[in-house]
Design a binder for this molecule. Structure first.
Ligand SMILES: Cc1ncc(COP(=O)(O)O)c(C=O)c1O
Ligand SMILES: N[C@@H](CCOP(=O)(O)O)C(=O)O
Length: 462
Protein backbone atom coordinates (compact mmCIF):
# COMPACT_ATOMS: atom_id res chain seq x y z
CA UNK A 1 0.00 0.00 0.00
CA UNK A 2 1.46 3.34 -1.11
CA UNK A 3 0.49 6.81 0.06
CA UNK A 4 0.44 9.80 -2.28
CA UNK A 5 0.17 13.56 -1.70
CA UNK A 6 -2.99 15.54 -2.49
CA UNK A 7 -0.77 18.07 -4.28
CA UNK A 8 0.90 15.46 -6.46
CA UNK A 9 4.47 16.58 -5.95
CA UNK A 10 5.94 14.64 -3.03
CA UNK A 11 7.51 11.18 -2.75
CA UNK A 12 5.17 8.19 -2.39
CA UNK A 13 5.49 6.63 1.06
CA UNK A 14 4.58 3.45 2.96
CA UNK A 15 2.03 3.59 5.80
CA UNK A 16 4.71 3.88 8.52
CA UNK A 17 6.65 6.51 6.56
CA UNK A 18 3.51 8.58 5.95
CA UNK A 19 2.66 8.31 9.65
CA UNK A 20 6.07 9.59 10.76
CA UNK A 21 6.21 12.23 8.01
CA UNK A 22 2.94 14.06 8.71
CA UNK A 23 2.54 16.80 6.11
CA UNK A 24 3.82 15.93 2.62
CA UNK A 25 6.83 17.97 1.50
CA UNK A 26 4.74 19.71 -1.20
CA UNK A 27 2.37 20.98 1.54
CA UNK A 28 -0.27 18.35 0.73
CA UNK A 29 -1.82 15.58 2.80
CA UNK A 30 -1.09 11.90 2.33
CA UNK A 31 -3.91 9.61 1.14
CA UNK A 32 -3.83 5.94 0.07
CA UNK A 33 -3.06 5.50 -3.63
CA UNK A 34 -6.10 3.21 -3.74
CA UNK A 35 -8.94 2.63 -1.30
CA UNK A 36 -9.24 -1.09 -0.48
CA UNK A 37 -12.79 -2.48 -0.69
CA UNK A 38 -14.50 -4.82 1.74
CA UNK A 39 -17.06 -7.24 0.33
CA UNK A 40 -20.57 -7.43 1.78
CA UNK A 41 -19.64 -10.78 3.34
CA UNK A 42 -16.53 -9.28 4.97
CA UNK A 43 -18.59 -6.40 6.36
CA UNK A 44 -21.31 -8.74 7.64
CA UNK A 45 -18.63 -10.83 9.37
CA UNK A 46 -17.75 -7.85 11.61
CA UNK A 47 -21.00 -8.40 13.54
CA UNK A 48 -20.38 -9.57 17.08
CA UNK A 49 -16.60 -9.11 16.98
CA UNK A 50 -14.71 -7.21 19.66
CA UNK A 51 -13.94 -3.61 18.71
CA UNK A 52 -10.25 -4.54 18.52
CA UNK A 53 -10.84 -7.42 16.09
CA UNK A 54 -13.12 -5.29 13.91
CA UNK A 55 -10.42 -2.58 13.93
CA UNK A 56 -7.85 -5.13 12.82
CA UNK A 57 -9.96 -6.29 9.86
CA UNK A 58 -10.95 -2.78 8.71
CA UNK A 59 -7.47 -1.24 8.98
CA UNK A 60 -5.26 -4.18 7.99
CA UNK A 61 -5.33 -3.55 4.20
CA UNK A 62 -4.10 0.04 4.71
CA UNK A 63 -1.11 -0.92 6.83
CA UNK A 64 0.78 -2.93 4.18
CA UNK A 65 3.94 -4.47 5.59
CA UNK A 66 4.56 -1.67 8.09
CA UNK A 67 3.48 -3.98 10.94
CA UNK A 68 3.10 -7.77 11.07
CA UNK A 69 -0.33 -9.16 12.00
CA UNK A 70 0.94 -10.04 15.49
CA UNK A 71 2.46 -6.60 16.00
CA UNK A 72 -0.72 -4.89 14.84
CA UNK A 73 -2.95 -7.05 17.04
CA UNK A 74 -0.71 -6.27 20.05
CA UNK A 75 -0.87 -2.55 19.26
CA UNK A 76 -4.67 -2.64 19.04
CA UNK A 77 -5.10 -4.53 22.28
CA UNK A 78 -2.94 -1.97 24.15
CA UNK A 79 -4.68 0.94 22.38
CA UNK A 80 -8.19 0.30 23.66
CA UNK A 81 -7.34 -1.30 27.04
CA UNK A 82 -7.77 2.06 28.82
CA UNK A 83 -11.28 2.77 27.52
CA UNK A 84 -13.99 2.83 30.16
CA UNK A 85 -16.68 1.03 28.11
CA UNK A 86 -16.42 -2.61 27.02
CA UNK A 87 -17.98 -1.80 23.65
CA UNK A 88 -15.48 1.10 23.21
CA UNK A 89 -18.03 2.95 21.01
CA UNK A 90 -21.53 2.12 22.29
CA UNK A 91 -24.70 3.11 20.44
CA UNK A 92 -27.71 4.48 22.31
CA UNK A 93 -31.09 5.24 20.81
CA UNK A 94 -32.36 8.82 20.90
CA UNK A 95 -35.62 8.35 19.04
CA UNK A 96 -37.24 6.50 16.15
CA UNK A 97 -34.43 5.85 13.68
CA UNK A 98 -31.99 8.19 15.44
CA UNK A 99 -28.97 6.78 17.30
CA UNK A 100 -26.06 8.33 19.17
CA UNK A 101 -22.57 6.86 18.87
CA UNK A 102 -20.81 7.63 22.15
CA UNK A 103 -17.16 8.22 21.32
CA UNK A 104 -16.13 9.73 24.63
CA UNK A 105 -15.22 6.74 26.77
CA UNK A 106 -11.46 7.01 26.16
CA UNK A 107 -8.95 8.49 28.63
CA UNK A 108 -9.43 12.17 27.65
CA UNK A 109 -13.19 11.97 27.06
CA UNK A 110 -13.27 12.79 23.34
CA UNK A 111 -13.36 10.86 20.07
CA UNK A 112 -9.74 11.86 19.50
CA UNK A 113 -8.66 9.04 21.83
CA UNK A 114 -9.70 6.39 19.29
CA UNK A 115 -6.98 7.51 16.91
CA UNK A 116 -4.49 9.16 19.23
CA UNK A 117 -4.13 6.16 21.54
CA UNK A 118 -3.49 4.06 18.44
CA UNK A 119 -0.87 6.28 16.91
CA UNK A 120 0.82 6.67 20.29
CA UNK A 121 1.34 2.89 20.27
CA UNK A 122 2.35 2.87 16.60
CA UNK A 123 4.87 5.71 17.01
CA UNK A 124 6.44 4.05 20.05
CA UNK A 125 6.78 0.74 18.21
CA UNK A 126 8.16 2.28 15.02
CA UNK A 127 10.57 4.72 16.69
CA UNK A 128 12.02 1.98 18.88
CA UNK A 129 12.49 -0.22 15.82
CA UNK A 130 14.27 2.60 13.95
CA UNK A 131 16.16 3.95 16.98
CA UNK A 132 14.84 7.45 16.16
CA UNK A 133 13.56 10.38 18.18
CA UNK A 134 10.94 12.91 16.96
CA UNK A 135 9.49 16.26 17.95
CA UNK A 136 5.72 16.27 17.74
CA UNK A 137 4.07 19.64 17.32
CA UNK A 138 0.28 19.71 17.39
CA UNK A 139 -2.37 22.39 16.94
CA UNK A 140 -5.55 22.08 18.94
CA UNK A 141 -8.86 23.74 19.62
CA UNK A 142 -8.93 21.67 22.82
CA UNK A 143 -9.42 17.94 22.32
CA UNK A 144 -6.64 16.87 19.96
CA UNK A 145 -4.06 18.44 22.25
CA UNK A 146 -5.22 16.71 25.40
CA UNK A 147 -5.52 13.38 23.58
CA UNK A 148 -2.01 13.77 22.11
CA UNK A 149 -0.49 14.64 25.47
CA UNK A 150 -2.16 11.62 27.07
CA UNK A 151 -0.95 9.32 24.28
CA UNK A 152 2.67 10.54 24.15
CA UNK A 153 3.50 11.75 27.67
CA UNK A 154 6.45 10.07 29.31
CA UNK A 155 7.76 8.46 26.09
CA UNK A 156 11.57 8.58 25.84
CA UNK A 157 11.81 9.15 22.10
CA UNK A 158 9.23 11.94 21.72
CA UNK A 159 8.89 15.58 22.75
CA UNK A 160 5.35 16.87 22.37
CA UNK A 161 4.51 20.56 21.93
CA UNK A 162 0.85 21.56 21.77
CA UNK A 163 -0.31 24.95 20.49
CA UNK A 164 -3.75 25.95 21.75
CA UNK A 165 -5.57 29.27 21.31
CA UNK A 166 -5.29 31.18 24.56
CA UNK A 167 -8.66 31.70 26.26
CA UNK A 168 -10.56 29.74 23.62
CA UNK A 169 -10.63 26.24 25.12
CA UNK A 170 -12.73 25.08 28.08
CA UNK A 171 -11.14 25.09 31.56
CA UNK A 172 -11.10 21.29 31.64
CA UNK A 173 -9.47 21.08 28.20
CA UNK A 174 -6.81 23.57 29.31
CA UNK A 175 -6.17 21.68 32.53
CA UNK A 176 -5.82 18.41 30.61
CA UNK A 177 -3.01 20.01 28.62
CA UNK A 178 -1.29 22.05 31.32
CA UNK A 179 -1.32 19.72 34.33
CA UNK A 180 0.64 16.63 33.18
CA UNK A 181 4.02 16.65 34.92
CA UNK A 182 6.01 14.72 32.30
CA UNK A 183 9.14 16.56 31.13
CA UNK A 184 8.47 15.74 27.45
CA UNK A 185 5.14 17.65 27.46
CA UNK A 186 5.03 21.35 26.53
CA UNK A 187 1.69 23.21 26.50
CA UNK A 188 1.86 26.49 24.57
CA UNK A 189 -0.96 29.05 24.79
CA UNK A 190 -0.85 31.01 21.53
CA UNK A 191 -2.18 34.53 21.09
CA UNK A 192 -4.63 33.77 18.28
CA UNK A 193 -7.32 31.32 17.22
CA UNK A 194 -7.13 27.66 16.17
CA UNK A 195 -6.56 28.59 12.53
CA UNK A 196 -3.46 30.52 13.62
CA UNK A 197 -2.21 27.47 15.55
CA UNK A 198 -2.77 25.18 12.56
CA UNK A 199 -1.21 27.69 10.13
CA UNK A 200 1.97 28.02 12.26
CA UNK A 201 2.17 24.22 12.49
CA UNK A 202 1.99 23.92 8.70
CA UNK A 203 4.59 26.73 8.38
CA UNK A 204 6.93 24.63 10.53
CA UNK A 205 6.45 21.65 8.23
CA UNK A 206 7.11 23.82 5.19
CA UNK A 207 10.39 25.14 6.66
CA UNK A 208 12.55 22.15 5.71
CA UNK A 209 15.62 23.25 7.69
CA UNK A 210 13.56 23.41 10.89
CA UNK A 211 11.51 20.34 10.01
CA UNK A 212 14.54 18.15 9.40
CA UNK A 213 16.57 19.75 12.20
CA UNK A 214 14.10 18.86 14.95
CA UNK A 215 12.77 15.74 13.13
CA UNK A 216 9.25 17.20 13.15
CA UNK A 217 6.25 14.86 13.30
CA UNK A 218 2.55 15.67 13.29
CA UNK A 219 -0.35 14.07 15.11
CA UNK A 220 -3.10 16.32 13.83
CA UNK A 221 -5.36 14.75 11.26
CA UNK A 222 -2.76 15.90 8.76
CA UNK A 223 -1.55 12.43 9.71
CA UNK A 224 -3.36 9.78 7.66
CA UNK A 225 -3.16 7.26 10.53
CA UNK A 226 -5.45 9.53 12.56
CA UNK A 227 -8.14 9.42 9.88
CA UNK A 228 -7.77 5.68 9.36
CA UNK A 229 -8.37 4.83 13.02
CA UNK A 230 -11.66 6.74 12.89
CA UNK A 231 -12.96 4.68 9.94
CA UNK A 232 -13.48 1.71 12.25
CA UNK A 233 -16.39 3.04 14.31
CA UNK A 234 -18.38 3.83 11.17
CA UNK A 235 -18.23 0.11 10.38
CA UNK A 236 -18.94 -1.19 13.89
CA UNK A 237 -21.92 1.11 14.43
CA UNK A 238 -23.42 0.55 10.96
CA UNK A 239 -23.07 -3.22 11.26
CA UNK A 240 -24.80 -3.21 14.61
CA UNK A 241 -27.80 -1.55 12.91
CA UNK A 242 -27.94 -4.05 10.06
CA UNK A 243 -25.30 -3.07 7.51
CA UNK A 244 -24.40 -4.24 4.92
CA UNK A 245 -28.01 -5.42 4.46
CA UNK A 246 -29.37 -2.01 5.49
CA UNK A 247 -28.13 1.49 4.63
CA UNK A 248 -27.35 3.95 7.42
CA UNK A 249 -26.64 7.71 7.53
CA UNK A 250 -24.25 9.63 9.76
CA UNK A 251 -24.36 13.16 11.13
CA UNK A 252 -20.93 14.38 12.19
CA UNK A 253 -20.10 17.51 14.21
CA UNK A 254 -17.40 18.92 11.97
CA UNK A 255 -14.45 21.29 12.27
CA UNK A 256 -11.24 20.10 10.67
CA UNK A 257 -13.17 17.55 8.51
CA UNK A 258 -11.13 14.55 9.73
CA UNK A 259 -13.94 12.66 11.38
CA UNK A 260 -16.44 12.93 8.55
CA UNK A 261 -13.71 12.20 6.01
CA UNK A 262 -13.19 8.90 7.84
CA UNK A 263 -16.91 8.19 7.17
CA UNK A 264 -16.35 8.96 3.50
CA UNK A 265 -13.49 6.45 3.43
CA UNK A 266 -15.77 3.84 5.03
CA UNK A 267 -18.26 4.48 2.24
CA UNK A 268 -15.56 4.15 -0.42
CA UNK A 269 -14.55 0.85 1.19
CA UNK A 270 -18.06 -0.49 0.60
CA UNK A 271 -20.06 0.42 3.71
CA UNK A 272 -23.58 1.30 2.52
CA UNK A 273 -23.89 4.90 3.72
CA UNK A 274 -26.77 7.00 2.47
CA UNK A 275 -26.01 10.46 3.84
CA UNK A 276 -22.88 11.92 5.44
CA UNK A 277 -24.17 15.07 7.10
CA UNK A 278 -21.61 17.79 7.87
CA UNK A 279 -22.87 19.56 11.02
CA UNK A 280 -21.24 22.92 11.76
CA UNK A 281 -21.62 25.57 14.43
CA UNK A 282 -21.55 29.29 13.57
CA UNK A 283 -18.11 28.75 12.04
CA UNK A 284 -19.85 27.38 9.00
CA UNK A 285 -17.37 27.60 6.12
CA UNK A 286 -18.09 24.00 5.15
CA UNK A 287 -21.85 24.47 5.16
CA UNK A 288 -21.51 27.63 3.08
CA UNK A 289 -19.15 25.87 0.69
CA UNK A 290 -21.59 22.98 0.25
CA UNK A 291 -24.44 25.40 -0.43
CA UNK A 292 -22.67 27.85 -2.74
CA UNK A 293 -19.44 26.28 -3.99
CA UNK A 294 -17.49 29.22 -2.57
CA UNK A 295 -14.96 28.32 0.13
CA UNK A 296 -14.48 31.70 1.78
CA UNK A 297 -12.63 32.31 5.05
CA UNK A 298 -14.23 34.53 7.65
CA UNK A 299 -12.85 35.25 11.12
CA UNK A 300 -13.26 32.49 13.69
CA UNK A 301 -16.16 33.25 16.07
CA UNK A 302 -15.90 31.82 19.62
CA UNK A 303 -18.88 29.54 20.41
CA UNK A 304 -20.06 27.18 23.13
CA UNK A 305 -18.69 24.32 20.98
CA UNK A 306 -15.10 25.63 20.97
CA UNK A 307 -13.43 22.56 19.50
CA UNK A 308 -15.28 23.27 16.25
CA UNK A 309 -14.26 26.93 16.10
CA UNK A 310 -12.33 26.39 12.89
CA UNK A 311 -12.51 28.05 9.48
CA UNK A 312 -9.72 26.36 7.55
CA UNK A 313 -10.71 22.68 7.56
CA UNK A 314 -7.50 20.86 6.86
CA UNK A 315 -8.98 17.57 5.66
CA UNK A 316 -11.34 19.18 3.18
CA UNK A 317 -8.27 19.13 0.95
CA UNK A 318 -8.47 15.33 0.92
CA UNK A 319 -12.13 15.46 -0.19
CA UNK A 320 -11.28 18.03 -2.87
CA UNK A 321 -8.52 15.76 -4.17
CA UNK A 322 -11.07 13.04 -4.92
CA UNK A 323 -13.72 15.51 -6.14
CA UNK A 324 -11.19 16.84 -8.67
CA UNK A 325 -10.46 13.32 -9.95
CA UNK A 326 -7.24 13.10 -7.90
CA UNK A 327 -5.68 16.00 -9.80
CA UNK A 328 -2.91 17.24 -7.47
CA UNK A 329 -2.21 20.33 -9.57
CA UNK A 330 -5.83 21.45 -9.30
CA UNK A 331 -5.72 21.05 -5.51
CA UNK A 332 -2.39 22.89 -5.25
CA UNK A 333 -3.93 25.75 -7.25
CA UNK A 334 -6.97 25.96 -4.92
CA UNK A 335 -4.74 25.99 -1.85
CA UNK A 336 -2.66 28.76 -3.38
CA UNK A 337 -5.86 30.80 -3.92
CA UNK A 338 -6.89 30.16 -0.31
CA UNK A 339 -3.86 32.15 0.84
CA UNK A 340 -5.83 35.20 -0.39
CA UNK A 341 -8.90 34.07 1.57
CA UNK A 342 -11.11 32.10 -0.82
CA UNK A 343 -11.50 29.71 -3.73
CA UNK A 344 -14.40 28.59 -5.87
CA UNK A 345 -15.03 24.88 -6.32
CA UNK A 346 -15.74 23.82 -9.91
CA UNK A 347 -19.24 22.60 -10.79
CA UNK A 348 -18.00 19.09 -11.50
CA UNK A 349 -16.23 18.89 -8.14
CA UNK A 350 -19.30 20.28 -6.33
CA UNK A 351 -21.44 17.62 -7.95
CA UNK A 352 -19.02 14.95 -6.76
CA UNK A 353 -18.97 16.38 -3.22
CA UNK A 354 -22.76 16.57 -3.07
CA UNK A 355 -23.03 12.91 -4.05
CA UNK A 356 -21.41 12.03 -0.73
CA UNK A 357 -21.95 14.96 1.63
CA UNK A 358 -24.77 17.18 2.72
CA UNK A 359 -24.63 19.83 5.44
CA UNK A 360 -26.34 21.96 8.06
CA UNK A 361 -25.57 24.52 10.74
CA UNK A 362 -26.72 24.98 14.35
CA UNK A 363 -26.87 28.34 16.10
CA UNK A 364 -25.90 28.74 19.74
CA UNK A 365 -29.57 28.86 20.79
CA UNK A 366 -30.36 25.72 18.78
CA UNK A 367 -27.41 23.93 20.35
CA UNK A 368 -28.55 24.75 23.89
CA UNK A 369 -32.16 23.86 23.05
CA UNK A 370 -30.99 20.50 21.68
CA UNK A 371 -29.05 19.68 24.86
CA UNK A 372 -32.18 20.52 26.86
CA UNK A 373 -34.66 18.65 24.65
CA UNK A 374 -32.48 15.54 24.39
CA UNK A 375 -32.00 15.48 28.14
CA UNK A 376 -35.74 15.88 28.72
CA UNK A 377 -36.75 13.18 26.26
CA UNK A 378 -33.99 10.58 26.78
CA UNK A 379 -31.92 11.46 29.87
CA UNK A 380 -28.79 11.62 27.67
CA UNK A 381 -26.59 14.64 28.40
CA UNK A 382 -24.96 15.89 25.21
CA UNK A 383 -21.80 17.97 24.97
CA UNK A 384 -22.35 21.08 22.82
CA UNK A 385 -20.49 19.59 19.83
CA UNK A 386 -22.60 16.45 19.87
CA UNK A 387 -25.67 18.69 20.22
CA UNK A 388 -24.73 20.47 16.98
CA UNK A 389 -24.71 17.03 15.35
CA UNK A 390 -28.05 15.99 16.86
CA UNK A 391 -29.70 19.28 15.84
CA UNK A 392 -28.55 19.08 12.23
CA UNK A 393 -29.33 15.35 12.03
CA UNK A 394 -32.91 16.24 12.97
CA UNK A 395 -33.31 17.96 9.60
CA UNK A 396 -32.40 14.76 7.76
CA UNK A 397 -34.29 12.05 9.64
CA UNK A 398 -36.11 9.61 7.35
CA UNK A 399 -36.52 5.85 7.06
CA UNK A 400 -32.74 5.27 6.99
CA UNK A 401 -31.26 4.89 10.49
CA UNK A 402 -29.30 8.03 11.37
CA UNK A 403 -26.24 7.76 13.61
CA UNK A 404 -25.04 11.02 15.17
CA UNK A 405 -21.49 10.99 16.47
CA UNK A 406 -21.21 12.12 20.11
CA UNK A 407 -17.69 13.46 20.00
CA UNK A 408 -16.99 14.55 23.58
CA UNK A 409 -18.13 13.94 27.14
CA UNK A 410 -20.44 16.67 28.46
CA UNK A 411 -18.25 17.16 31.55
CA UNK A 412 -15.58 18.78 29.37
CA UNK A 413 -18.01 21.67 28.73
CA UNK A 414 -19.86 22.10 32.03
CA UNK A 415 -20.76 25.77 31.53
CA UNK A 416 -22.71 25.18 28.32
CA UNK A 417 -24.38 22.10 29.77
CA UNK A 418 -25.35 23.98 32.93
CA UNK A 419 -26.83 26.80 30.87
CA UNK A 420 -28.93 24.24 29.02
CA UNK A 421 -30.14 21.91 31.77
CA UNK A 422 -29.27 23.68 35.01
CA UNK A 423 -26.84 21.02 36.25
CA UNK A 424 -23.11 20.43 35.84
CA UNK A 425 -22.16 16.94 34.65
CA UNK A 426 -19.66 14.99 36.80
CA UNK A 427 -16.17 14.24 35.55
CA UNK A 428 -15.16 10.55 35.67
CA UNK A 429 -13.28 9.60 38.85
CA UNK A 430 -9.79 9.76 37.30
CA UNK A 431 -10.27 13.48 36.54
CA UNK A 432 -12.19 14.72 39.57
CA UNK A 433 -9.24 16.59 41.14
CA UNK A 434 -8.15 18.10 37.83
CA UNK A 435 -9.19 21.67 38.55
CA UNK A 436 -6.99 21.71 41.68
CA UNK A 437 -3.82 20.49 39.94
CA UNK A 438 -1.03 23.06 39.27
CA UNK A 439 -0.55 24.20 35.66
CA UNK A 440 2.57 24.44 33.50
CA UNK A 441 2.08 26.52 30.35
CA UNK A 442 4.00 29.04 28.25
CA UNK A 443 2.29 31.98 26.56
CA UNK A 444 3.59 32.34 23.01
CA UNK A 445 3.08 34.95 20.29
CA UNK A 446 1.57 34.08 16.92
CA UNK A 447 5.01 34.23 15.38
CA UNK A 448 6.79 31.41 13.55
CA UNK A 449 10.38 32.40 14.39
CA UNK A 450 9.61 32.83 18.09
CA UNK A 451 7.90 29.43 18.22
CA UNK A 452 10.75 27.72 16.44
CA UNK A 453 13.29 29.22 18.84
CA UNK A 454 11.28 28.11 21.86
CA UNK A 455 10.95 24.56 20.53
CA UNK A 456 14.67 24.28 19.70
CA UNK A 457 15.64 25.63 23.13
CA UNK A 458 13.34 23.23 24.97
CA UNK A 459 14.64 20.24 23.01
CA UNK A 460 18.23 21.27 23.78
CA UNK A 461 17.40 21.39 27.51
CA UNK A 462 15.88 17.88 27.60
C1 LIG B 1 -15.58 17.47 20.48
C2 LIG B 1 -15.30 17.67 19.03
N1 LIG B 1 -16.30 17.51 18.16
C3 LIG B 1 -16.11 17.66 16.84
C4 LIG B 1 -14.88 18.04 16.33
C5 LIG B 1 -14.74 18.16 14.85
O1 LIG B 1 -14.04 17.05 14.33
P1 LIG B 1 -13.21 17.21 13.01
O2 LIG B 1 -12.19 18.26 13.27
O3 LIG B 1 -12.59 15.88 12.77
O4 LIG B 1 -14.16 17.65 11.95
C6 LIG B 1 -13.82 18.24 17.21
C7 LIG B 1 -12.47 18.65 16.76
O5 LIG B 1 -11.91 18.17 15.89
C8 LIG B 1 -14.02 18.02 18.58
O6 LIG B 1 -13.01 18.14 19.43
N1 LIG C 1 -11.08 20.04 17.06
C1 LIG C 1 -9.71 19.69 17.01
C2 LIG C 1 -8.96 20.50 16.00
C3 LIG C 1 -7.79 19.77 15.44
O1 LIG C 1 -8.27 18.81 14.57
P1 LIG C 1 -7.45 17.54 14.07
O2 LIG C 1 -8.41 16.87 13.18
O3 LIG C 1 -6.25 18.04 13.35
O4 LIG C 1 -7.06 16.74 15.22
C4 LIG C 1 -9.15 19.77 18.42
O5 LIG C 1 -9.87 19.46 19.35
O6 LIG C 1 -8.02 20.14 18.60
Amino acid sequence: MKYISTRGNAPDLSFAEAMLTGLARDGGLYVPAEIPRMSAAEIAALAGLSYEEAAFRVMRPFIGDSFTDDEFRGILSRTYAGFRHAARAPLVQLGPNHFLLELFHGPTLAFKDFAMQLIGQMFEHELEKRGERVTIVGATSGDTGSAAIEAFRGLDNVDVFILFPEGRVSDIQRKQMTTPEDANVHALALEGDFDDCQARLKDMFNDFAFRDGVRLAGVNSINWARVLAQVVYYFTSAVSLGAPHREVSFAVPTGNFGDIFAGYIAKRMGLPINRLVIATNRNDILHRAMETGAYTKEGVTPTISPSMDIQVSSNFERALFDAYGRDGNAVAQLMEELKSGAFTISQGAMQALREDFTSGRASEEETLATIRATHDSTGEVLCPHSAVGVKVAGDYLDETPMITLATAHPAKFPDAVETAIGARPDLPAHMRDMMARPERVSRVPNDLAALQTLIKDRIAQN
